[in-house]
Design a protein around this ligand. Structure first.
Ligand SMILES: Cc1ncc(COP(=O)(O)O)c(C=O)c1O
Length: 358
């Protein structure tokens, strides 16, 4: 069953930004989706309204105890002008897993899908078409009860906002390039039993200190190690990490500490389909360093909605640079990027059944 929510159109549509200068999260569309939840009543009063600031009570529990979650996905403009989503069912499933962990009430799939598709449809003129651009979709839920009790809220808000975003690789016309990554062996992101697998704001606030340190060392992002021993590789910033040693591609297993990326899952499926050996297993940073030194580390790349695939040319660990192969973009990363990005944007035929037209 799909829902049709009431729409209040804006009386003052904004001027559309230059599609070649979008950045990430700098511009927002004309409308947003809001739905409320009250204990005893469930999710109710979904509506599309003009995009505007919201008012919130200073004692609202989210501002103090951070009971919230968010998701991230994109709508793409295909060469024929259609608009399509990439595996939105997986964002929905991950949202409810986060909700369960954060004691936020579950939502039914039809509400989520109807909210996203109807809002993107209302603002469809905002989906950019320049190479490398897309419409970033940010659904989020927060506890909105006026209370200082450290207890799950009785009132929530579900909102969806949209932002036209540019190419992650804007500096070089959409082509891939490698980055230098800081291997973090002091701070941790998530421990087994914690909230690492959930997409909740606290995970990101707690990671900023390490990102700052990485930037101070001229690194683009942080490679997190496990919390218990600081020895096993986990994920990179807001993306999942893949290491190709000889002919095996290795990525961290889902043990509750990393975010189960939708791009990660897609990369694994594509590699398997192409007959490339891919393992979800624990990998020691010492083995990665050893492989970099003896030449068996062929490629390192990360995967996520923002950049799709981001190849890594160098890992900075304990004061030393470890170059990955020749430091350039590897053939596996390039092929995965071309295929995935091609499917997402409709340039490559979707034989995986991953795209949903709006
Ligand atoms: C911590 C973290 N890991 C991995 C990812 C990649 O997930 P996805 O491929 O679903 O974007 C993200 C981005 O959502 C993230 O925030």
């Amino acid at each position: 069953m799909s829902y049709t929510f009431p729409v209040t159109h804006t009386a003052t549509p904004k001027e559309k930004p230059d599609e070649t200068q979008l950045g990430f999260g700098r511009y927002f569309t004309d409308h947003m989706f809001i739905m409320d939840y009250d204990e005893g009543q469930g999710w109710h009063d979904g509506r599309i309204v003009p995009y505007e600031p919201i008012s919130i009570d200073p004692a609202s529990c989210v501002l103090h105890y951070a009971q919230m979650m968010f998701e991230g996905m994109k709508a793409y403009r295909t060469p024929s002008g259609d608009i399509q989503l990439f595996r939105p069912d997986m964002n929905f499933e991950r949202m409810n897993r986060t909700n369960e962990r954060m004691c936020i009430p579950a939502m039914e799939e039809d509400i989520f899908m109807s909210a996203i598709t109807q809002l993107v449809d209302v603002d469809r003129d905002w989906v950019p078409s320049v190479q490398g651009t897309s419409l970033y979709i940010r659904p989020f839920i927060f506890g909105d009860e006026v209370s200082f009790s450290v207890l799950p809220a009785k009132r929530y808000r579900f909102m969806v906002i949209l932002s036209p975003v540019g190419s992650y690789y804007a500096a070089n016309d959409g082509g891939l390039s490698t980055t230098r990554i800081f291997v973090e062996d002091e701070y941790i992101r998530a421990a087994v039993g914690g909230t690492g697998f959930a997409k909740c704001g606290g995970n990101y606030a707690g990671g900023m200190r390490a990102s700052k340190k990485a930037a101070e060392h001229q690194c683009k992002d942080v490679l997190w190690l496990d919390a218990a021993e600081h020895r096993y590789v986990e994920e990179i910033g807001t993306s999942n990490a893949f290491f190709m040693i000889n002919d095996e591609v290795i990525t961290a297993p889902l043990m509750g500490t990393i975010l189960p990326g939708i791009t990660r899952n897609s990369v694994i499926q594509l590699l398997k389909k192409w007959g490339i050996k891919v393992s979800e297993r624990r990998l020691l940073i010492e083995d990665v360093v050893k492989a970099a030194k003896d030449g068996s580390l062929k490629e390192v790349f990360s995967s996520g909605t923002a950049a799709v695939i981001s190849p890594i040319g160098c890992l900075y660990y304990k004061g030393e640079d470890n170059q990955v192969a020749d430091g350039k973009v590897g053939p596996v990363a390039q092929k995965v990027y071309d295929t995935l990005y091609g499917i997402q944007t409709g340039a490559v035929e979707d034989d995986m059944g991953w795209t949903v037209k709006i």
